[in-house]
Design a protein around this ligand. Structure first.
Ligand code: GDP
Length: 137
């Protein structure tokens, strides 16, 4: 059993498709082990995406992630990290496979509906970023 972190980004929250996205997870044997809705501060977003701080899109990314509320989830299941990445689709929704979350709900590489941890190691760091141990059940 693995756990991974998912963020339903401000574009998808604004479109009111939180439930539809969670249904993709639940329909594919990923269980919601933790969930909360919040607004990231600039500092939160910059710290969360610190690996990208030298990239040209970093400021746009922080601006976008703080532009509205997000829903943060811990997903649990077999191969949860890879399965979530598969359900999300490619970073650029225009390149995302048909039937993936990004193909169906996202508009652009900036506003691409969801985040998902890219490794088991990062999943545990990212889960700890948002949730106390007792909040994951
Ligand atoms: P992910 O793991 O598929 O989310 O992709 P990355 O970890 O590589 O990038 C993190 C986030 O930065 C992506 O989800 C995008 O929102 C954003 N991003 C990545 N590449 C670009 C880019 O070339 N331009 C812009 N504007 N945003 C990008």
């Amino acid at each position: 059993m693995e756990q991974t972190l998912s963020i339903i980004k401000p574009d998808a929250v604004a479109k009111n498709v939180v439930g539809k996205i969670i249904d993709r997870f639940e329909s594919n044997n990923l269980r919601v082990a933790a969930i909360k809705k919040l607004c990231l501060t600039n500092e939160d977003a910059a710290r969360f995406y610190a690996v990208h701080k030298e990239r040209p899109f970093f400021n746009d990314l922080v601006k976008f992630m703080t532009s509205g509320a997000v829903v943060v989830l811990v997903l649990e299941g077999e191969n949860a990290v890879a399965k979530n990445r598969e359900l999300m689709g490619a970073t650029n929704p225009k390149e995302a496979e048909k039937g993936t979350i990004r193909a169906d709900f996202a508009e652009s590489i900036d506003a691409n509906a969801v985040h998902g941890s890219d490794s088991l190691e990062n999943a545990s760091i990212e889960i700890a970023f948002f949730f106390a141990k007792k909040e994951v059940a």
